[in-house]
Design a protein around this ligand. Structure first.
Ligand SMILES: Cc1cc2nc3c(=O)[nH]c(=O)nc-3n(C[C@H](O)[C@H](O)[C@H](O)COP(=O)(O)O)c2cc1C
Length: 187
């Protein structure tokens, strides 16, 4: 199973970094797969730790992809790292081994501490739509624009039916990103 989470890491000097990542859960293994180049990868290799933040505030996912990377953090409980204050739950990880790959290495981690902070509020289709749109936008340079726009059109229907203010705000940031990309691509 792949869980869409926000990974917090820090570099050797303690500078924190937040990145949305799809984490693979296989048995007891927690596998982080960053595409090179990646600050998350560099930080995990430097500190041997990471934190998975389970968040329903999709603005953080959209924000990280649109230049809004500053979100409130607090010190992690066990490992050297930080936890997003918005996390409903979080898991602190230690790196166990690395499977090298030129494009996308696999970082095998083990959970050393987990904590719950707030109740899960149930599924929301607009949150899903924002996550999917954020993934598409992270691939703006690789996928055909026509495909991205067709998928965004489909996702917009769920957003319009079920979004609250946070989901609308996140969506607006993502749509502005597509508009800027198109304006830049125009000759
Ligand atoms: C829901 C979601 C899941 C993502 N999963 C991954 C992933 O598994 N690996 C990856 O390299 N980037 C993933 N991305 C894109 C990264 O968040 C983005 O490119 C980020 O800047 C990673 O690079 P960094 O470690 O330098 O911050 C994902 C984006 C979203 C919105």
């Amino acid at each position: 199973m792949i869980q869409e989470t926000l990974v917090t890491t820090q570099n050797a000097s303690g500078v924190a970094h937040i990145a949305p990542m799809g984490i693979h859960l296989i048995g007891d293994d927690v596998i982080i797969l960053p595409f090179r180049p990646s600050t998350t990868l560099d930080n995990i290799l430097a500190t041997q730790t990471a934190v998975l933040n389970h968040c329903d505030d999709v603005r953080i996912f959209a924000g990280c992809l649109t230049g809004r990377r500053t979100w409130p953090l607090r010190t992690a409980d066990v490992v050297r790292g930080t936890v997003l204050c918005a996390a409903l739950a979080h898991t602190e990880l230690e790196l166990v081994r690395v499977e090298e790959d030129a494009t996308r290495p696999k970082l095998f981690c083990k959970a050393v501490h987990s904590a719950n902070h707030a109740p899960f509020q149930g599924f929301n289709r607009a949150q899903f739509a924002v996550l999917e749109a954020a993934i598409l936008i992270s691939r703006l340079n690789y996928l055909p624009l026509a495909k991205i726009e067709a998928e965004i059109d489909y996702l917009r229907s769920a957003l319009e039916k079920t979004a609250g203010p946070r989901e609308w705000e996140a969506w607006t940031w993502l749509m502005a990103m597509i508009a800027a990309f198109k304006a830049e691509a125009r000759p």
